[in-house]
Each structure stands twice: as C-alpha cells, then as structure tokens.
Design a binder for this molecule. Structure first.
Ligand code: PEP
Length: 248
C-alpha cells in the first residue's frame, strides 16, 4: 500500500485541526493508502484523541537535537512520542534553510527520534541552482550519507526518505516523472552501497513537491516510489481526500 504524508507546516489552530479531521474522516478510504498527518506540535494530542482507531497515523514536523532539558522552547523525542505521534519529519528544506540545520544536526535528530521509537521521514532534495548545474546526484548522496551516518541496517525499517526538490516545494513546478525515477534510483543505490542491496530495495522512498489533485494520478505511476509527501494541497480536507482517492 502507498504512503501519503501530509505536512501541515505552521498551519492550523486546534479548532481548525478538529474541523479538518471531522471533515476528512467520513471521506477517508482506509484501504487506499497509509496516511500520516504531520500536524503542529500543539495539535498532536488532540489529533491522537480524534484519530485513535482510524488507522491514520500522526507525525510531528521537527524534533530537538538534544535530549537533556536545557533547551528552552524545544520539544524532544520522548515528549513527541508521549503525545501520540509515531512519525517525525527531519531535514525539511525549510528547516535546513531557515534554521540552518546541517547534516550533523539532522543525523543527531534521526538518532534521537529512533531512540524514542519514532519513525523518521527524512527529507532530502536539491536547489534549482544545483539542478541546473547537474549537481542533484551529488547533493542527494551527501545529504543521505550525512543523515544516515552511524545507523544500523535494521534501523532503516523505521526511516522513510522523502525526495523533495526544493524548487518544487510550494511552487507548482514539478520534475518530470523520469527525473524523479532517476533520482530515486540514485537514493536506492546510495543506501545499497552504504548498507546492502536488500536495504536499497526495501527502503521506502516518497516524492514531495507541489503534489496536488491534478498530478497525483500521474505521480502514482512512477514505479520506484512508495508514496507522496503533500504540503499545501493537504491543508484542505476535501482536497486531501481526493488525493487519497486518486492514488494508485
Ligand atoms: C512540503 O512542504 O514538504 C511540500 C511538499 O509542500 P508542497 O506540497 O506545498 O510543495
């Protein structure tokens, strides 16, 4: 079954999350896809309460890279898990750019997420300048190797890689299906070289960047991906339920 991760980003108060879930649930077809709603920290507990038993999973959008309490204003893995989330997004480009998260920090976050039994949605992707200078493969390899440094192969079962070209996020621009397929091949090869062929085949890889109701069916045909990460188009429950309906 394909996976669809919704990233609400910094959107929705708890009242809005409640309305959204109430609208989504009657339209949600359980067998169509495995859904993860990555809501703001403030809405995790409420979402868990409303979604318990529905099969829809909850994710956070960030995790602190420290575990020791001396990080005012941050939220650590044990807190996220205890609120009811099972997933956490790590390495989103908005955090890499705005909050200067580098490979070392992302690697620390992944290890702390795994330690707290959270599954990681690891975002990687190139800028437009990197794409235009044919550096995509190199960037992907570096981001992946930095993020996965020091992990054991069995820990990859709890990691989902989301290939998100930065120039495609929120822009309405998307790569060609062939380009996504080629980059996903590179991702699987890096994992195969660093861990094993089996790991390269098995690891879940999603595509994210301007996925919407109109393009979901064609993205679904890309053979080597396991699903999608949807940002803007996930914010409306009707829209999102249509996306779920149209995934193949
Ligand atoms: C994202 O923010 O991860 C994302 C994929 O956004 P959008 O779908 O809006 O491009």
């Amino acid at each position: 079954m394909k996976k669809i991760v919704a990233n609400f980003k910094m959107n929705k108060t708890n009242n809005e999350v409640k309305d959204y879930i109430m609208k989504l649930l009657p339209k949600y077809e359980k067998d169509k896809a495995e859904i993860v709603l990555c809501v703001p920290f403030t809405a995790i507990t409420l979402s868990k309460f409303l979604l318990d038993g529905t099969g829809i999973n909850i994710g956070a959008q960030n995790i602190c890279d420290e575990d020791d309490g001396k990080s005012t204003g941050e939220i650590c893995g044990s807190m996220i898990k205890n609120c009811g989330a099972d997933y956490v997004i790590v390495g989103h480009s908005e955090r890499r750019v705005k909050f200067k998260e580098n490979g070392r920090i992302i690697n620390k976050k992944i290890k702390l997420a795994l330690k707290n039994r959270l599954k990681v949605i690891l975002c990687i992707g190139e800028t437009l300048a990197e794409k235009n200078t044919l550096k995509t493969n190199e960037v992907i390899k570096t981001q992946l190797e930095d993020a996965l440094k020091g992990l054991y192969e069995n820990e990859l079962d709890n990691i989902v890689i989301a290939y998100e070209p930065i120039w495609a996020i929120g822009t309405g621009k998307t790569p060609l299906a062939k380009e996504i397929e080629n980059t996903v091949k590179v991702i699987r090869k890096v994992v195969a070289d660093d861990f094993s062929d089996k790991a390269g085949e098995k690891i879940e890889v999603l595509y994210g960047g301007s996925v919407d109701v109109k393009n979901i069916a064609s993205f679904s045909k890309i053979k080597n991906i396991n699903g999608m990460l949807v940002g803007g188009a996930s914010l409306d429950a009707d829209n999102f339920s249509q996306i779920i309906k149209n995934i193949r």
